[in-house]
Every structure is written in structure tokens, then in C-alpha cells.
Design a protein around this ligand. Structure first.
Ligand code: FES
Ligand SMILES: [Fe+2]
Length: 384
């Protein structure tokens, strides 16, 4: 009999040199080769609902501002004044008073719609060419309501390239119609790759996430997919729910009590019931999970070689948010619990890496997504 194909790694592979998780030179290389060349997630469109609202994001020390102008068009700029380099908007988010960006240092002003320099605060000399001092525009793309930016001007946006893991059933959803219900952010003391590696396996699930592993029986088996083991077809025939995928009996969504309070994501109810959750991910900056009654988008930004900023957005269907009886804390509390558990595990991982330089860890069969991630990382560093 032909062995059914399984996801697991068929031989032993080394992980990355441990130095790569703290070395400053390696970090700078990854900023240049990866973060400056890939589409980086900013937020869901509904996070910038009003005209003139803005957000800033920081990739290491680089600040980028993303705004919605007076007509409702989105733009992204380097958040740096062309006079002598001051930051222009120094908050994570806010609202402009008018369609003008004013530098807080010497009050140069810029047109928010195109970044052009409107006025200097003193009279320039005759040889001063105003057109040369506009803000540096950054590529911005909205896909399905999700806003991405790219620091490189040469990269085009293609779903195939941007999402390394893409569950096609997600195409049934119009994510742009969803609305932001809650945001949560946390700084985690770990290298950005450690966070991704944690996200990419469930070997840690039973002991790090006892509550989640009760909700998702497959996670109790330390697996992320029914196809993660060689004999998955045989196990699938077994009546034990731990081999089936989906949520525990009676649960409908990722929430503290498993209830979705009568709300379901239209178009995907059946798929969610079978799978329990649907994920897509875009390295290096985001993953998105669809659950019974909501979507959660997680953004990862590197701050230092050993620190990231984590931001989660919970998106809901309009009628769910408008239902006065619907308690969103049931899902947000649960998501925060799981993310805090992962953050703690990542910090533990980070604390241990400094004892070694070029020594490498090792990948177990279930860590096939980490293998993909590390291959992609090595390729990206060589390519760009
Ligand atoms: S640095 Fe912005 S106006 Fe001087
Ligand atoms: Fe986890």
C-alpha cells in the first residue's frame, strides 16, 4: 500500500545558528534583506475609519506613517521631515486637524495627500527648489481590507508571493466588510524569528496552552494539522476526536467558554466546523486566523534584535458588533490568554540562546513549517 503523504519532515534538519537570534549584524542584515523588501502589514482598513486619521509603525528604528487623507485615500510616507530630519507624527495613531502634515520642530508643512512640501517657516533663498523636499512616499496596498506597505519601490503585490501559507477557503470571505472590535498590543522580549517559530509548531501546545489544547483536541497531540503524521489516514478513521481536527464537541469558536453566542461567520460555517480554524500567514509580519465568529489578525514588528512589538486586531461582522448581547470579551480574553502564553514561551526561548554562537538547534518531524520559514529566510537573505 502506498503510504499517504504527510506533512512531517522525513529526516533531521538543523535549525538556525543560535547567534542569529541575538547578533546585531545578523539583525541589520535581516532588516535590509527581509523587512525592507517584503510587504509589511499595517492594520485593517477599519482601524483608520475616519478621513484624516493616521497610524505610525516602527520597523526597528524606522518610522513610517500611514494616513487616510481628506478624500479617503490612503498614503504611506517615511515619517521624516525633509528639513533636518525630525519625526513628523510622534504618536502611534491619531487624527490630523486638516489635510496638512506639520513638522513639530520648525513647522514645515506638507500636503497629506501627496507629501509635497507646502510651506517652509522661513523665507528660502531663490535657489531653493521646493519640489525636491516632499515627503518620501512608500508603496501601499490594500488587499481584502488589509493594509500593507513596502519600503522597496520595486516589489509588486501578489497574493501568491505575499502569503506563504494561504488557505483558499478564505477567498469566500470579504474581509474588508469586517470591522475592528478590539486591539491589543504587547512588547515581547524575543527576536522576531523566535516568535514565528513558536507560531509554526504545536509541540509546545499541551504544556504552554492547556486551555487551548482542551478546545482544539489536535493540539493536545502536539499537531497543527491532521496530516502531520505518517499514518494520518488511518488515524482519521479512528473515532478519537484528537485525530479529527475541529474543536471539541459543543464548541463553536476560539473563546473562553467555546460559545459563539449564536454568531457565525457566513460562508465559512461548514469549513470552520470541520477545521476549527483557518489560517493564512505572511512572513515576516502577520498571520490571520478565522474562527467560528471572528477574525484575529496578529502583526509582528521587530524593535530590537531581541524585542518585538506584537499587535492583535479582532474583526467581527457588523451584526455581531451591533448585537448588545454579544460579549466580545469572551473571544478577546481567550486570544490574549493564548498570546500571553506564547509570549512567555518566546521570552524563555530567547533567554537561552546567548550561550552559543554558531551551534544550531535541531528540528523535529512536526516542525516542517519552521523548516519552510528558515529556508525562506536563508533564501531571502541571499536574494535581496
Ligand atoms: S526638522 Fe522639520 S521643520 Fe525642521
Ligand atoms: Fe502557541
Amino acid at each position: 500500500m502506498k503510504t499517504p503523504k504527510a506533512n512531517n519532515l522525513k529526516k533531521t534538519f538543523s535549525s538556525l545558528p543560535l547567534k542569529w537570534y541575538y547578533d546585531e549584524k545578523q539583525f541589520q542584515k535581516e532588516l535590509n534583506k527581509i523587512w525592507s523588501h517584503n510587504w509589511v502589514y499595517v492594520c485593517h482598513e477599519s482601524s483608520l475609519i475616519d478621513n484624516l486619521s493616521y497610524k505610525t509603525i516602527t520597523i526597528s528604528k524606522q518610522s513610517i506613517l500611514i494616513l487616510k487623507d481628506k478624500e479617503g485615500s490612503f498614503s504611506a510616507y517615511l515619517n521624516t521631515c525633509k528639513h533636518r530630519g525630525s519625526i513628523i507624527l510622534d504618536n502611534l495613531q491619531g487624527k490630523l486637524k486638516s489635510n496638512v502634515l506639520v513638522c513639530p520642530y520648525h513647522q514645515w508643512s506638507y500636503n497629506a495627500s501627496d507629501g509635497s512640501l507646502l510651506k517652509t517657516s522661513s523665507k528660502p533663498n531663490d535657489d531653493f527648489d521646493k519640489s525636491k523636499y516632499g515627503l518620501k512616499k512608500i508603496q501601499l496596498k490594500i488587499w481584502n481590507g488589509l493594509i500593507f506597505i513596502n519600503l522597496s519601490s520595486k516589489k509588486s503585490f501578489s497574493v501568491k508571493k505575499v502569503f506563504q501559507y494561504f488557505d483558499k477557503t478564505i477567498s469566500k470571505l470579504d474581509i474588508s466588510k469586517f470591522e475592528l472590535g478590539f486591539t491589543w498590543t504587547k512588547e515581547v522580549k524575543c527576536n522576531w524569528k523566535i516568535y514565528w517559530e513558536n507560531y509554526s509548531e504545536c509541540l509546545h501546545c499541551p504544556n504552554i496552552h492547556p486551555e487551548l489544547s482542551k478546545l482544539v483536541p489536535l493540539y493536545q497531540r502536539r499537531l497543527v494539522d491532521v496530516k502531520d503524521v505518517e499514518n494520518w489516514k488511518i488515524l482519521k478513521k479512528n473515532s478519537d476526536p484528537r485525530f479529527q481536527g475541529g474543536l471539541r464537541k459543543g464548541a463553536d469558536t476560539w473563546s473562553s467558554d467555546g460559545s459563539s453566542q449564536g454568531h457565525y461567520i457566513k460562508n465559512l460555517q461548514e469549513e470552520i466546523h470541520t477545521k476549527g480554524q483557518i489560517y493564512i500567514s505572511s512572513w515576516p509580519s502577520m498571520f490571520l486566523g478565522v474562527y467560528g465568529d471572528h477574525i484575529r489578525v496578529v502583526r509582528i514588528l521587530p524593535l530590537l534584535n531581541d524585542k518585538i512589538q506584537l499587535t492583535a486586531e479582532w474583526l467581527f461582522q457588523n451584526e455581531t458588533l451591533r448585537d448588545p448581547k454579544y460579549d466580545i470579551k469572551n473571544v478577546t480574553d481567550f486570544g490574549i490568554l493564548v498570546m500571553k502564553q506564547d509570549a512567555d514561551a518566546c521570552e524563555l526561548n530567547q533567554k537561552g540562546v546567548y550561550n552559543y554562537n554558531n551551534e544550531k538547534g535541531v528540528l523535529m518531524p512536526e516542525e516542517y513549517i519552521i523548516k519552510d520559514f528558515q529556508d525562506w529566510l536563508r533564501r531571502s537573505i541571499k536574494l535581496n
